[in-house]
Design a protein around this ligand. Sequence first.
Ligand SMILES: *[C@@H]1O[C@H](CO)[C@@H](O)[C@H](O)[C@H]1NC(C)=O
Length: 270
Amino acid sequence: GRRRQDSCHNLRRQIPREKMFKMGGLVVFCGLLAQATILLNALPSALGETQTPARVPNPTDLARSLANGLGNGLLSEGLLNILKYLPLVDNLKSKAGTSGGLPGALLGELSPLTSLLNNIVDLKVTDPQVLELGLVQSPDGHRLYVTIPLGLTLNVNTPLTGSLLKLAVKLNITAELLTVKDGQGETHLVLGDCTHSPGSLKISLLNGISPLPVQGLLDSLTGILNDVLPNLLQGKVCPLVNKVLSLLDITLVHNVIEMLIQGQQFVIKV
Ligand SMILES: *[C@@H]1O[C@H](CO)[C@@H](O)[C@H](O)[C@H]1NC(C)=O
């Protein structure tokens, strides 16, 4: 503001007295301009920093920044390694220990899981993947649902097939984000439900081995993976989402919270 006021003073000084009359309009205009500049300078502190035009984000940018922030956060917090080193074999074994396989046991047979585990020499995860995160906003605008598409390849080594069995496994975890006010009246962005839809685990055979001897094994393996893997993944991924939320950029979180409180739609579904 000061520079504009100064230039008006200079202007007035440079104008000869006889021309001052004609220039009256300009002088008044300069005065108004100086006043307006002072007002504008006073505005940001009166309205609060967040409402300065430069910091109000474009809704699409905000949604993209949030999805990117969460995705990058999950990667930098080691999600791929978590997928790769899932304690899958341990989980299958403890499952075999507890389920017992009653009908088979009565007939003196091993449970399908136990016989399966006896036939699996090795089980390894390769190619852990996190695809692009999806965002959906609830109709009332107050909640967000983050879809986290996970993928991995299971390499199953079993003498029954004579070669490695490669299975592609895909699962979406959905994390709900909402705002919660604490005792001090501060609002936080927190993780609500974090789940997968039942039956949504997708398993497909990647390498074409003659299906006949494999089919039975594949069926029981699929059944058991459906039983164990989604909960195992959910139990690993959801705490990580919670952690990543606390690491997000503060301005980004602030802007998201504003939108959610106001119920303003900023996630455009495509
Ligand atoms: C995960 O979600 C995406 C987008 O909503 C969908 O296209 C995909 O089929 C889902 N994948 C699984 C394994 O459910």
